[in-house]
Design a protein. Structure first.
Length: 120
């Protein structure tokens, strides 16, 4: 009985460690957009409206995807508002807009005044 319980606990630790290890490897913190997690292996392009990344971890219909959403939640980003393909996240006093299209992600910081206009 003791061996069975111990093996179940070890398997759960192994699965949990692998899960967070994969999430950590697939994403990095963006330096230019409020330390918002971005896909590590994405092709980055800077534009006037923030950062643009070409990645397969997001789609227009499904949004950021399961792994991306798990990393956002793990890092403390909370979904505040969603309008179409644009999702607004908040962490503390920082707001970030994440817009997903098929194999593309747009990330840009949002000021508090812009967010208040979105709520009205």
């Amino acid at each position: 009985m003791y061996k069975k319980v111990l093996s179940i606990i070890l398997i759960m630790i192994l699965i949990g460690g692998t899960y967070y290890g994969v999430i950590s490897l697939l994403f990095k913190e963006g330096a230019s957009v409020s330390s918002f997690p971005i896909p590590r292996f994405a092709t980055e392009q800077t534009g006037a409206n923030g950062q643009h990344y070409a990645t397969q971890l997001a789609s227009e219909t499904d949004g950021p995807g399961l792994l991306y959403a798990a990393r956002l939640k793990h890092d403390g980003w909370k979904k505040v508002n969603q309008e179409g393909a644009e999702i607004l996240y908040q962490k503390g006093e920082t707001f970030v807009s994440l817009t997903t299209f098929d194999e593309e992600v747009y990330v840009k910081p949002v000021r508090l005044l812009e967010f208040e206009r979105l709520e009205d």
